[in-house]
Design a protein around this ligand. Structure first.
Ligand code: HPA
Ligand code: ZN
Length: 329
């Protein structure tokens, strides 16, 4: 049985497996420019973040109806439970859908249908985080937040994703301020391809409570000291970093150094359908490549619950379950 854990960096659109993409394409009468699921999978060779994003947004064409979003999220929940995931804070990219004429309400209703009562139905508690696309305008982000105001009961926070370099966090200062006023948590992708300065800006200007990726923070010792002192969690995604060539190979991944520096790092799958594995595979392969100790693996699992936006009582219950799991020889 895999170690109990929370997954905090997971784009629901990035869980679209080729087989489901073809099934939805058929259902919606959409032609995909690939012969079959195998041919599609063969296209998953990426040079960088942008080359992935191009395919990621293209394939979203198959997501049109509420039921499509429900099917997508239910497939993830089933898979995640088998990986020992007890709690998932799930990203979605509404602008990637509204731009194609799929209403915000359709996306949120479809995802919520899967996530409501997920703990009873799938054994996983869930929260939904609305991500703004940083390569779109601040006005577009604000319009998206406006649309979200009628659905605040279904959201736990906002995030920032898509093409990082050239789109520093400060562009979204106003929209993140508004999100905070609405009582939403704030996270941001930073230091994936972008420099450590973007991580600082996400903390100082956006009030980010967690940093997604954040691996390039390791280039800046003052920033590392700050992340350690302030216990800012970093949601690290090893397979993603290798597939998008931010890191040459798993054996070169900075995760072990991050743990040794006392950072609150967690392991996550990012876009598992595209990057070769779900969260448990990320954890196992990275632990093997970096020779992580049992203590470091336990710390990663503990960090995942501590870094979550769960209330303290629920966090304690999950941590107790983790301790019980670790106590069995
Ligand atoms: N980085 C930025 N944007 C994204 C990612 C990522 O890893 N995955 C999906 N959108
Ligand atoms: Zn991501």
């Amino acid at each position: 049985m895999p170690i109990p854990k929370a997954e905090l960096h997971l784009h629901i659109e990035g869980t679209l497996e080729p087989e489901l993409a073809f099934a939805l394409a058929r259902r919606n009468g959409i032609d995909l420019p690939f012969a079959d699921a195998e041919a599609l999978r063969a296209a998953y060779a990426f040079a960088d973040l942008q080359s992935f994003l191009d395919l990621y947004y293209e394939l979203m064409a198959v997501l049109r109806a509420e039921q499509d979003f429900t099917d997508l999220a239910e497939a993830y929940l089933r898979r995640a439970r088998a990986d020992g995931v007890r709690h998932a804070e799930i990203f979605f990219d509404p602008q990637a859908h509204t731009v194609r004429g799929v209403p915000f309400e359709t996306v949120v209703a479809g995802l919520s249908a899967a996530l409501t009562d997920s703990r009873e139905r799938y054994g996983i508690s869930t929260g939904l985080i609305l991500c703004f696309l940083r390569d779109q305008s601040a006005d577009s982000a604000m319009e998206t937040l406006d649309a979200a105001e009628d659905h605040l009961d279904k959201l736990i926070g906002v995030g920032l994703d898509s093409a990082e370099v050239g789109h520093p966090p400060a562009k979204f200062a106003q929209v993140f301020r508004r999100a905070a006023e609405l009582g939403l948590h704030r996270v941001a992708h930073a230091g994936e391809e972008g420099p450590p300065a973007y991580v600082r800006e996400a903390l100082d200007v956006l009030g980010a409570e967690r940093i997604d990726h954040g691996i390039r923070s390791m280039e800046d010792s003052e920033l590392v000291a700050r992340l350690r002192t302030e216990r800012i969690p970093l949601t690290v995604c090893p397979f993603s970093n290798v597939r998008l060539r931010a890191v040459d190979h798993l054996g070169m991944h900075p995760l072990r150094r991050m743990l040794e520096a006392g950072l609150v790092a967690t392991v996550n799958s990012d876009d598992p359908a595209y990057f070769g594995g779900y969260v448990q595979e990320n954890l196992e392969a990275t632990a093997a490549a970096l020779a992580l100790t049992d203590d470091q693996i336990s710390t990663l699992a503990r960090n995942s619950f501590e870094a979550s936006f769960l209330d303290e009582a629920t966090k304690s219950a999950y941590l107790a379950e983790l301790d019980a799991y670790l106590a069995v020889p």
